[in-house]
Design a protein around this ligand. Structure first.
Ligand SMILES: CC(C)(COP(=O)(O)OP(=O)(O)OC[C@H]1O[C@@H](n2cnc3c(N)ncnc32)[C@H](O)[C@@H]1OP(=O)(O)O)[C@@H](O)C(=O)NCCC(=O)NCCS
Length: 194
């Protein structure tokens, strides 16, 4: 258990990844988190149980902190960073972050979805169950209200999230938990003792 109350497992027990300290602070990684072998996690970062960090993701917690909740997936090529002293990054639970996103100094609340290639900038807040469309840019300080779908550059409201889409968001997050579990099993079979 770390200071933030996140249960941790030894570094290396998560499938791999380059896990580095920054100024003596190591990331703390919850139980059964899959971290792809070529993902990089640095410094003041915590990741909650059953989340998954896919290939080529970079999570760099150097000049501030980054917290990631449980059952959240960060898909291939995504970058998570922050701004020195002014903007940490908080990513809640049950969130899908698509391939190639940039999540920078902002807050993503539980159950939202960030579409492929989207960029969310400092001080922005994506509220619960909101959808940010593929390729969108959410400008600094903007709030995407709960249950709304925003898209475009700069991102603007397109419509409300449809009731059936909430189920889809939840299923997607669950699907990625299962996928992460499978990859962890494969890694543990390949690397005894992991
Ligand atoms: C946001 C999204 C869910 C909306 O899809 P949709 O239901 O087909 O969209 P709608 O039919 O309601 O579109 C409404 C309007 O928004 C536009 N629009 C939809 N997605 C858009 C996007 N990503 N960027 C810009 N405009 C978009 C549509 O062209 C349409 O415009 P129009 O009314 O002028 O024709 C989808 O486009 C998307 O971005 N999905 C992300 C998928 C993803 O990244 N998954 C994560 C990895 S698994």
């Amino acid at each position: 258990m770390n200071d933030a109350g996140v249960p941790t497992t030894p570094v290396g027990a998560n499938g791999g990844g380059l896990i580095l300290p920054y100024k003596g602070t190591y990331p703390t990684i919850g139980k059964d988190v899959f971290i792809a072998p070529n993902a990089t996690v640095i410094g003041n970062v915590s990741i909650g149980a059953n989340s998954s960090v896919w290939f080529n993701v970079l999570i760099r917690g150097d000049d501030h902190w980054i917290k990631i909740g449980e059952r959240t997936n960060l898909q291939d090529g995504t970058v998570v960073h922050l701004s020195k002293d002014t903007a940490p990054t908080f990513i809640g639970s049950d969130i899908t972050i698509g391939h190639g996103c940039i999540i920078h100094g902002c807050t993503l609340e539980d159950g939202c979805m960030i579409g492929i290639g989207a960029i969310v900038l400092d001080g922005a807040i994506v509220e619960k169950g909101a959808i940010v469309g593929a390729g969108a840019v959410v400008p600094p300080g903007k709030r995407v209200p709960a249950g709304e779908m925003w898209a475009g550059c700069p991102a603007k409201k397109v419509r409300d999230v449809r009731p059936e889409e909430f189920g889809h968001l939840a299923r997607n997050a669950t699907h990625y938990c299962g996928l992460g579990e499978e990859y962890l099993k494969m890694r543990r079979a390949l690397v005894p003792g992991m």
